[in-house]
Write a protein that binds this ligand. Structure first.
Ligand SMILES: CC(C)(COP(=O)(O)OP(=O)(O)OC[C@H]1O[C@@H](n2cnc3c(N)ncnc32)[C@H](O)[C@@H]1OP(=O)(O)O)[C@@H](O)C(=O)NCCC(=O)NCCS
Length: 150
């Protein structure tokens, strides 16, 4: 069983890209390619964090910002590491860094049927700010826009 002290949240580096892409493929029907991950990670104005447990990358969060607006592009935790507070910790760390950068908010889109993710965001204080009907395909779904105001 993983102890809380085993978990390390740190900035992602290019060496982490293949591990991140592996989790993307495990978690999403249309996963981001290594190139797309690398493009977000290497942007000047981005915050890309990984969670490491016992030396293994088990989750990540990517965010880019424009002026004082943060856009979370992806959050995922490997299936065998779920329900241990890892996504919560990743988002809390991201918000901490966003606050230091004086961002006003961080926002994201989430499938309206993705109950685990919606419950995670609500629990952290994200609020509903809009809906994009039929935004997702395979399977079709609406996108809920959720924002955390800093
Ligand atoms: C959504 C996801 C990132 C959550 O990761 P996680 O590390 O398991 O989440 P945490 O352990 O930090 O959960 C924190 C809280 O979120 C909520 N939550 C997380 N998973 C949940 C689930 N399956 N069902 C209901 N609530 C859930 C709970 O409130 C939980 O607190 P609790 O465990 O004390 O009840 C993970 O399920 C995942 O990677 N899913 C696939 C990818 C994805 O959908 N990403 C989001 C795209 S917008």
């Amino acid at each position: 069983m993983m102890q809380k002290s085993d978990l390390n949240i740190r900035f992602a580096t290019v060496e982490d890209i293949s591990a991140i892409a592996l989790i993307e493929r495990e978690c999403f029907f249309s996963p981001w390619s290594e190139k797309a991950i690398s493009d977000t990670m290497c942007r000047q104005e981005s915050i890309f964090l990984v969670a490491e447990a016992g030396g293994e990358i088990c989750g990540y969060i990517g965010c880019y910002y424009v002026l004082d607006e943060g856009y979370i592009t992806n959050v995922a935790v490997s299936e065998s590491f779920r329900r241990r507070g890892i996504a919560k910790k990743l988002i809390e760390e991201l918000i901490l860094r966003a606050r230091k950068l004086e961002l006003s908010f961080v926002t994201l889109e989430v499938r309206s049927k993705n109950e685990p993710a919606i419950s995670l965001y609500k629990g952290l204080g994200f609020c509903d700010v809009g809906l994009r009907p039929r935004f997702y395909h395979d399977p079709d779904d609406d996108a809920r826009l959720m924002t955390f105001y800093i």
